[in-house]
Write a protein that binds this ligand. Sequence first.
Ligand SMILES: NC(=O)c1ccc[n+]([C@@H]2O[C@H](COP(=O)([O-])OP(=O)(O)OC[C@H]3O[C@@H](n4cnc5c(N)ncnc54)[C@H](OP(=O)(O)O)[C@@H]3O)[C@@H](O)[C@H]2O)c1
Length: 325
Amino acid sequence: MHVAVLGATGAVGRTMLEVLVERNVPVEQLTLLASERSAGRRVEWQGREYTVRAPGPGTFRGVDYALFSAGADRSKSWGPRAAEEGAVVIDNSSAWRMDPQVPLVVPEVNADALGTLPRGIIANPNCSTIQMVVALKPIHDAASITRVVTTTFQSVSGAGETGRDTLRHELAGEGLEGSPFSRRIAGNVIPQIGDFDPEGWTSEERKMINETRKILSLPDLPVAATCVRVPVDLGHSVQVAVETERELSLDEARQALASFPGIIVSEGASGFPTPLETANRDEVFVGRIRKDPFLPRVLHFWVVADNLRKGAATNAVQILEAMAR
Ligand SMILES: NC(=O)c1ccc[n+]([C@@H]2O[C@H](COP(=O)([O-])OP(=O)(O)OC[C@H]3O[C@@H](n4cnc5c(N)ncnc54)[C@H](OP(=O)(O)O)[C@@H]3O)[C@@H](O)[C@H]2O)c1
């Protein structure tokens, strides 16, 4: 198959190239795309050298799958063109996620949504949303979810290579032009990811609310999110409080989570997942599973995943695999 990666020089794009190899995706032809700034750059992949180029008319002709991770503006302009030229587009940006004609897919949760592609585009959800819905789905299947309240602790790599560089420079006591964060991130936590709307919610929080409802096909589900940037290089952590229609025992909840594909329940006397311990893994790790002390139908748990892998590249490659099947 012929695969194109738009954003191949970025944090997500480079991880996609690793994941394609690890999962033995049968890529016979590879096209690496980025901005004009990177055009001409040589990248080695599977013992061969590839030249990065900027996309142009005809770039996606003959391409089977186009993996996009170059920001929403590029996805808006190049997505429909790539689809017109015959590629199936799997897009990591927020550009198409809430379009009713574009499936928003986490394969373990709603692969059935891949049945029809009116636009030829499939959207990969927001990173913290992906790991949260993987953990919510088995709870929903077991006892029907009626409400979700979440707080996230999101690493700087969620803001791409610039986010990582900013933390590195601040820790080294150096300044850096063009930080993607509204405050200093080293030694700090910032309860703002994206812009605020008039009601006081940030764009990242709205993504978690709207995308969770779409992926779970629960358009009226009450969801509230507080998204926080933390000075961690890689890996997002998400605290979830979930109310169910039927009361679930702790054992039932643990069993439902542990038997779901892609989840590792990590508990025990001193056991709980952290971003450092779960970096470079493709699974979603769940720990600290507790029943609310006052509300019997409410569970609390802690969910950690590598945002560049399950939160982006791995999920996109899993979508490609599901389509290829
Ligand atoms: N980081 C995450 O955890 C995460 C998770 C889920 C989704 N996403 C989404 O994935 C996308 C990429 O994120 P990232 O973290 O990989 O960002 P990044 O490290 O900043 O990489 C951005 C990529 O886009 C390319 N690009 C920028 N402007 C371009 C243009 N005009 N034409 C073609 N290519 C262009 C860059 O190429 P140059 O090197 O040439 O500039 C680079 O390859 C974003 O939409 C982001 O929202 C990210």
